[in-house]
Design a protein around this ligand. Structure first.
Ligand code: BGC
Ligand code: NOJ
Length: 840
C-alpha cells in the first residue's frame, strides 16, 4: 500500500493523503538556519543548533504524534453552505476532512496544497540560500462562483531558545517571555497595522544578541502573541478560539507562552487568487548596539528591516526559490546515473544524495526521532557522513574535517560528540569509544582522494580545542592509529572501551542500577574486553595510512610535528600484525567473531547460544581485505546470507538476546528484533554489499541493496511506515512482532554508506588519488548503465556495456585504451572525458 508517489521529474515525493502511518517529514535549509517540516506542516526551526538556538517550540512524543508547527488556519467569514466554518489547509491541526490534499516534499522545500469548499490553498515553505529566515508563501484561489470572504490566520509558538531549558525550567520560563510588536512602515505601501512584525525577544534584555521576527506581507486585521489569548483557555491548536471567533485580540505576551499569530482578511472574487507571504527569521545585533534608542529596551531594527522588506516581496521570493532550485541542480548534477533499475536511479540521482546532505548538516541532532537536545555532532557519525558527502561541497567537507579534528584529544581518542554552535566537545558524553579515531582517517583519506587537496594534511589543528596545542592534521591521523596500538587487550585485539561502532555493546558498563547511561557508565577498568570490529577497522585505517605515508610523508614549514613520523612500512606492519591476531582469535571457522567480554569470553562465536554471529565484523574485516585471497571472505558472507539475511534486510546478529546481560550492556536491553538487539540496523548492510562486490558477487550485492532501498519498499508502506524516500536507521528484525517496520528515519549513517556502496562499489565509480576508478560489480542481468560523475572539476561521461557475466573491465577514455581501471587525470584544461567500459 502506498500513501503517495515519486515525481522524479520534479525531484519530489508527493504524499497524497495526510494520514500517513507516521509523520513523513522534510528538511528546510542548507547551511545555518534549518527547519523540520512534516507532511501536515508540523515541525520547528532553529539556527545552527537545535538545542541552543531553537526558534520555535515543538513537543515531541505528543498525542497526536505530530502537533505544533507552521500552521495556517482558514475561516469562511460568510459561512459557505457546503463547507465547514474553519479548517487547516494542511489538515493538521484541525483535521477537518479536505476535498483534496497533496504534500510535495522537494529538495529543500515543501509544498502543501489542498482544497475545501471551493477554496484552494497552496503553501510553499522554504529557506532561501544564505539567509537566516524561512518563507511561507501562501496562495489562495477562489473556485466558487461567488465572492469569498476569508480570514487567514498564521500561527507558531516561540521556543525560549535553549530547547532543554525551554522544556524543563518552567518556574523561570513562565516569567521571562517577551515580545515586541511593531509596524513596518514601508514607503509607498500605505498605512500598515501595528502588528506587521512580531519580534520574539526573550532574554534579549540580558545576554542574548539575537531575536526572532515573524512578519506578514499584508495589512493585518489583528495579531496575537500570547498563546492563551489565541487558543483560549483549555484549548489546543486544533480549536483556537481566535479562529473560531474570526478575530485575534492583539494580545501582548508577558511571560507565559509567547507565540506569533497574524490575522489577515481576504476578499476574493470568483476565480481570483491572492498570495500572502509570511516570514520567520533569526537576526543578530552587535553586542553594543542592541537597542534603539541605545538607552532603551527596544530592539535595534536597522539591519533587520531591510531583510524583512526584501523577502516580503513576491519577486524576491520567486527569485530565492529559483536560486534554491539551481543550488540543488548543481549539487545533484555532481553524479547522475541511468541504470536498468528505477530504485537505484531515483536514490542516487535524488533522494540518497539529498539525505547525505541532511545527515551532513544534522549529524544525529534533530529529526522526528532525535530531539535535537540529546546529541550534537557525533565524531564517528560525522566522519562517516562525510564519506557520502565529499563530492557535493568539498569546501564544507574540509571545514567539517577541521572542526571534528579539533575535538580530538592528545591521546588520539576523541570526544564522542560536539555541539555545532560552540564546536566544543560534549563533556556529558566524553570520550572512550575506542573506534572513534579511525573514522577520521577514513574521512580524511576519502577527502583527499576526492579533491586532491593535499594541503589539508598540513593544517594546524588543536587538540580538545586548546589554543597552543596545534599540530598538523597529519599528526592527528598518526595519533588516531597510535590510540589503538596503546590499547590492546589480552589477545592483542583492540580494547573496546565504552563501545565500538555498536554503541550498545557496552562490555565495561556492568550497570545494574536503573537510569544509568549505558554509554557513559563504566564499572570495569576496561583492560580485558576487546573488539574484533575495531581490529577490522584498524586494519582498514592503517592500510589507508600506509598509502598516505608512502605518498606524502609529511612536510610543513610553520608547525612542527611533535610525534615521530612513521614510514609507510610501519602502518603496513601494524595492519599485518592485527590481521594475524584476527585470524588467531577473531575467526570462528565460518565467520568473524565479534568481541571478547570482560571475563575474556568470546562473543559472536558458535560457542555462544545467543549472539553467535554478528554482521559488523563480517563487513568491516572484508572491507579491510581480510579473507579475500583464501575464500574465507566468501565463507563469512555465506554465513551472513544463511544466518542473518531476511527479505527486509540483514539483521545485526543472531540469535537475539532474550534477556538482559549485565556484561553486555544496552544491546541486551532491547526486546529481540529491535535496534542493536538483532534489528536490521541498516547502517551495516552496505558494508556487506561492499564486501559482496569485493568477492565479485554483484547479484547478491544489489539484491541486498534493494531489500533496504526505501523506494523499493514503497509498496510496503503500511509495513515499513517511515518515509519511502529516505533510509531509516532501523527496520525491525525477524525476532520482532513488527518485522519490517522502520524507525529512526533520516539521520543515520545508512545514508552515506549506501551511497558509497551503490555508487563506488556496485556501480564501481570510485575516486582514487590517481584518478577516477571504474570497476563495476553489477547484477548479471544488467546490459550496462550510464553515469555522469564530476571529479576534480572534470565531467566524466561514462558508458558501461556488459559483454559477459563477470566483472572484468576494459576501459577506453576518449577513445584510447586505459591500462587497469583508473582513468588518469586529464591534462589541465580538459573539462570532459568520455569513458567507454566493457564488462565481461
Ligand atoms: C541507541 C544507539 C545510539 C546510542 C547513542 C542508543 O540508545 O540504541 O543506536 O547510538 O543510543 O547514544
Ligand atoms: C547510532 C549512532 O549514531 C552510531 O554512532 C552508532 O554507530 C549506531 N547507532 C550503532 O549503535
Amino acid at each position: 500500500m502506498r500513501y503517495g508517489y515519486f515525481d522524479d521529474e520534479r525531484r519530489e515525493y508527493v504524499v497524497t493523503r495526510p494520514d500517513t502511518p507516521l509523520p513523513w517529514i522534510n528538511y528546510l535549509g542548507s547551511e545555518n538556519y534549518f527547519g523540520l517540516i512534516s507532511n501536515t506542516a508540523g515541525g520547528y526551526s532553529f539556527y545552527k543548533d537545535a538545542r541552543l538556538r531553537r526558534l520555535t517550540r515543538y513537543r515531541y512524543n505528543n498525542a497526536p504524534l505530530d502537533m505544533g508547527g507552521r500552521y495556517i488556519y482558514l475561516r469562511d467569514d460568510d459561512p459557505h453552505p457546503s463547507g465547514p466554518r474553519a479548517w487547516s489547509p494542511s489538515w493538521m491541526p484541525m483535521r477537518i476532512p479536505l476535498d483534496s490534499y497533496e504534500c510535495r516534499h522537494g529538495m529543500g522545500y515543501t509544498i502543501i496544497k489542498s482544497k475545501l469548499a471551493g477554496i484552494e490553498s497552496r503553501t510553499c515553505y522554504f529557506i532561501p540560500i544564505d539567509q537566516n529566515l524561512e518563507i511561507w508563501e501562501l496562495t489562495l484561489s477562489n473556485h466558487r462562483d461567488q465572492y469569498a470572504n476569508l480570514s487567514v490566520f498564521s500561527a507558531l509558538e516561540f521556543c525560549l531558545w535553549d530547547a532543554n531549558d525551554d522544556a524543563t525550567n518552567f518556574q523561570r520560563n513562565y516569567s521571562i517571555g517577551e515580545v515586541e510588536i511593531s509596524p513596518l512602515s514601508l514607503e509607498g505601501r500605505g498605512a500598515r497595522g501595528e502588528g506587521d512584525v512580531i519580534y520574539h525577544k526573550t532574554e534579549y534584555r540580558e545576554r542574548r544578541d539575537h531575536f526572532a521576527f515573524y512578519a506578514c506581507s499584508e495589512p493585518l486585521a489583528g495579531f496575537d502573541t500570547d498563546r492563551e489569548a489565541f487558543l483560549g483557555p483549555y484549548r489546543g491548536w486544533d480549536s483556537p478560539r481566535a479562529v473560531e471567533a474570526g478575530q485575534t485580540s492583539n494580545s501582548v505576551a508577558h511571560g507565559w507562552q509567547p507565540i506569533g499569530a497574524h490575522h489577515v482578511k481576504v476578499r476574493l472574487a470568483p476565480g481570483e487568487q491572492k498570495t500572502i507571504i509570511f516570514l520567520l527569521g533569526y537576526h543578530e545585533n552587535p553586542k553594543d548596539d542592541k537597542f534603539d534608542p541605545p538607552d532603551s529596551q527596544v530592539i535595534n531594527k536597522r539591519t533587520v528591516l531591510p531583510v524583512i522588506e526584501r523577502f516580503l516581496t513576491a519577486n524576491e521570493v520567486d527569485r530565492a526559490f529559483a536560486e534554491l532550485q539551481n543550488y540543488w541542480d548543481g549539487l545533484l548534477g555532481k553524479m547522475t546515473v541511468n541504470t536498468p533499475d528505477v530504485h537505484t536511479n531515483r536514490m542516487i540521482n535524488i533522494w540518497n544524495a539529498y539525505q547525505v546532505m541532511i545527515t551532513f548538516n544534522m549529524s544525529r541532532s534533530a529529526s522526528y526521532f532525535e530531539s535535537g537536545i540529546g546529541r550534537g555532532m557525533g565524531f564517528r557519525d560525522s566522519n562517516q557522513d562525510l564519506l557520502g558527502f565529499m563530492h557535493l561541497i568539498p569546501d564544507r567537507a574540509r571545514e567539517r574535517i577541521l572542526d571534528l579534528t579539533a575535538t580530538q584529544l592528545p591521546t588520539g581518542g576523541a570526544y564522542h560528540q560536539y555541539q555545532p554552535l560552540t564546536k566544543r566537545g560534549n563533556n556529558d558524553v566524553g570520550s572512550g569509544f575506542n573506534d572513534d579515531p579511525h573514522w577520521l582517517v577514513l574521512a580524511v583519506t576519502a577527502y583527499i582522494k576526492e579533491t586532491g587537496d593535499w594541503s589539508i594534511l598540513s593544517e594546524p589543528i588543536p587538540y580538545d580545542n586548546q589554543l597552543g596545542s596545534e599540530t598538523p592534521l597529519y599528526e592527528h591521523l598518526q595519533r588516531s592509529i597510535q590510540y589503538t596500538l596503546d590499547r590492546l587487550g589480552p589477545h592483542g585485539l583492540p580494547l573496546i572501551g565504552r563501545a565500538d561502532w555498536n554503541d550498545c555493546l557496552n562490555l565495561n558498563c556492568f550497570s545494574d542500577a536503573t537510569g544509568q547511561s549505558f554509554q557513559t557508565t563504566t564499572n570495569k577498568e576496561g583492560k580485558v574486553a576487546e573488539s574484533v570490529f575495531i581490529a577490522g577497522l584498524f586494519v582498514l585505517a592503517a592500510k589507508e595510512m600506509a598509502e598516505l605515508a608512502s605518498r606524502v610523508g609529511y612536510r610543513n614549514s610553520n608547525i612542527k610535528p611533535t610525534f615521530e613520523l612513521r614510514p609507510s612500512m610501519f602502518y603496513l606492519d601494524a595492519a599485518a600484525k592485527m590481521e594475524s591476531i584476527v585470524w588467531q582469535h577473531g575467526w570462528d571457522g565460518a565467520w568473524f567473531r565479534r568481541a571478547y567480554d570482560d571475563f575474556g569470553h568470546v562473543l559472536g562465536s558458535k560457542e555462544n547460544t545467543e549472539g553467535r554471529i554478528f554482521i559488523e565484523p563480517q563487513g568491516i574485516c572484508i572491507m579491510a581485505g581480510l579473507g579475500l585471497e583464501d575464500g574465507r571472505a566468501e565463507k563469512s558472507l555465506n554465513s551472513v546470507s544463511v544466518h542473518l539475511a531476511t527479505p527486509h534486510g540483514i539483521v545485526l546478529h543472531q540469535p537475539a538476546f532474550t534477556r538482559y546481560y549485565l556484561h553486555l550492556g544496552e544491546i541486551s536491553s532491547y526486546p529481540p528484533g529491535y535496534k542493536e538487539n538483532a534489528g536490521i540496523f541498516c547502517h551495516t548492510n552496505p558494508w556487506i554489499m561492499i564486501a559482496e562486490t569485493m568477492v565479485g558477487r554483484g547479484d547478491q550485492a544489489h539484491d541486498y541493496y534493494l531489500r533496504i532501498n526505501p523506494s523499493a519498499r514503497e509498496a510496503l508502506s503500511e509495513i515499513h511506515r517511515c518515509e519511502p524516500y529516505v533510509y531509516a536507521q532501523m527496520i525491525a528484525g525477524k525476532d520482532a512482532p513488527t518485522h519490517g517496520e522502520a524507525k529512526n528515519s533520516w539521520l543515520t549513517g545508512t545514508a552515506a554508506w549506501n551511497y558509497v556502496a551503490i555508487t563506488q562499489w556496485i556501480l564501481g565509480i570510485r575516486p582514487t588519488y590517481d584518478g577516477l576508478q571504474v570497476a563495476p560489480v553489477i547484477p548479471s542481468a544488467w546490459k550496462g548503465f550510464e553515469a555522469v560523475r564530476w571529479f576534480r572539476g572534470v565531467r566524466y561521461d561514462i558508458h558501461i556495456k556488459r559483454t559477459g557475466t563477470g566483472n572484468t573491465v576494459a576501459l577506453e577514455a576518449d577513445g584510447k585504451p586505459v591500462t587497469g581501471n583508473i582513468i588518469p587525470l586529464p591534462p589541465v584544461g580538459v573539462e570532459e572525458v568520455h569513458v567507454d567500459v566493457k564488462v565481461a
